[in-house]
Design a protein around this ligand. Structure first.
Ligand code: NAD
Length: 441
């Protein structure tokens, strides 16, 4: 089928290259010309495992093209996947102006049937606003549908998640829209839930809020583990074997970040409030997460005493492994605090340093190391903020040799505390009681 994707970011690009990989003919409309040029040259503007290969495959087979021109995109096909950003407004609600802009432009340009598909994460009933807007701005009276097809991919495994999802959710109001989307997704083996657009929109927000809740829950349990001498990793394991709970998203640490959970949890809370529903549970989920940063800073201070004048190595800047995305990454808040309190930070990340450098240019107190070991030289402690595989496989005797003081404060629990103590590290982690950590409380 012919498919138009509007927005060439993490979701739009993944959607575009995966649809072309599945045999559809795709055009991606992206408003930033530099991104479009890179994509036409077969280079991905973002790091996502496997994405560049599929992009090049699509270009080679002439199944994907890129443009800045929405008119070109709209005349290419009848199905338009809206994959633009939906950031947060100052009051926490979702800022939908990018979605509105696509709806207005589409309305003005369309001269035959179009199916607009929301893939961006939007509040429940946004499809109604899109419909109203299209009707308001359309120049020719043509038929159109609006459908909801929320995306559940995770950065770092976006291609796999897109091609092998747990489920596909499709909210439609007409048989015509249903059969078009059925055809597009016909080769997928997973369950496909057909429902109305409001339910589909809600499934996405409720899913993200629930996942955030799981993480906040286990972080709360981790706090208790530290106080009572229990091990949160084993508590999570013991809980996770219960099929009703499941193993995923029970990893204690420095909290959730990224471009989705923070804004989606806030937006979901606003939706509840706006409809007079008691969503205080969601507020608590957010509050528990916000506290993680202060708690981690306290842990660093308990470990090294004063941070002023200390050189601290930081491993991991991206909000999760396998991505270069630093949007709302805990590293931003943690490094800001450390610098403010007078520390010198030497950071390393396998993929996210370029993005981080744009926010925090190198200076006298902050530098970026070319490899993880260079970051350690003469530092008084190592802080681990992202659980990259490379860090798990680090040569620990070299780490110990390079640090001036062998202190590791691990915000992601990537090492075994007993083993670390045996190797001679002062190892502090989250919700696990090393002998040292017990003495801190
Ligand atoms: P992004 O910021 O990476 O990408 C959005 C892109 O849309 C940008 O490149 C922007 O330039 C482009 N754009 C905006 N308006 C445009 C227009 N009028 N015409 C053409 N291009 C336009 O955002 P993202 O991370 O891809 O997220 C997109 C949506 O998908 C959001 O609603 C997000 O919540 C949702 N989502 C994201 C993820 C994720 O992991 N990133 C997962 C599931 C859902």
């Amino acid at each position: 089928m012919k498919v138009t994707v509007v927005g060439g970011g993490y979701v739009g690009l993944t959607t575009g290259v995966c649809f072309s990989h599945l045999g559809h003919e795709v055009i991606v409309v992206e408003k930033i010309p530099e991104k479009v040029q890179m994509l036409r040259d077969g280079k991905s503007p973002i790091y996502e495992p496997g994405l560049e290969e599929l992009l090049q495959e699509g270009l080679r087979k002439k199944r994907i093209s890129f443009t800045t021109d929405l008119m070109e995109g709209l005349s290419f096909s009848d199905v338009i996947f809206i994959c633009v950003g939906t950031p947060q407004n100052p009051d926490g609600s979702a800022d939908l102006h990018q979605v509105e802009e696509v709806a207005i432009q589409t309305a003005k340009l369309m001269d035959s049937y179009k199916l607009l598909v929301e893939k961006s994460t939007v509040p429940v009933n946004t499809h109604k606003l899109i419909k109203k807007t299209v009707k308001r701005y359309m120049k020719k009276n043509v038929e159109f549908d609006v459908a909801s097809n929320p995306e559940f991919l995770r950065e770092g495994s976006a291609i796999k998640d897109f091609l092998e999802p747990d489920r596909i959710v499709i909210g439609v109001e007409s048989e015509r829209a249903k059969s078009i989307l059925e055809e597009i997704y016909k080769n997928f083996k997973c369950p496909i839930i057909f429902t109305d657009p409001s339910t589909a929109e809600l499934i996405k927000h409720a899913s993200n809020a629930f996942l955030a809740l799981k993480i906040s829950f286990i972080n709360m349990v981790a706090d208790l583990c530290e106080k009572v001498g229990a091990d949160v990793e084993l508590v999570a394991q013991g809980m996770g074997y219960d099929k009703r709970i499941g193993k995923e998203f029970l990893k204690a640490g420095i909290g959730w970040g990224g471009s989705c959970f923070p804004k989606d949890v806030k937006a979901f809370y606003r939706i509840g409030i706006d409809h007079g529903v008691d969503f205080s549970l969601i507020k608590e989920v957010e509050r528990v997460n916000e506290r993680r940063i202060d708690q981690f800073i306290d842990k660093v201070k308990s470990a090294v005493w004063s941070v002023r004048g200390k050189t601290l190595a930081v491993w991991g800047l991206s909000f999760k492994p396998n991505t270069d995305d630093i949007r709302e990454a805990p590293s931003i808040k943690i490094i800001t605090r450390l610098l403010k309190e007078g520390a010198t930070v030497r950071a390393y990340d396998p993929k996210a340093m370029e993005n981080f450098r744009r926010l925090f240019p190198e200076g006298k107190d902050l530098s970026y190391a070319p490899d993880p070991y260079k970051a350690l030289e003469g530092a008084q402690a190592l802080l681990i903020l992202t659980e990259w595989e490379d860090f798990k496989k680090a040569d620990l005797s070299r780490v110990k040799e390079l640090l001036e003081v062998p202190i590791i404060i691990d915000g992601r629990n990537i090492f075994d505390p007993n083993e670390m103590n045996r190797l001679g590290f002062e190892y502090y982690c989250i919700g696990r009681n090393t002998t040292l950590q017990k003495n801190m409380y």
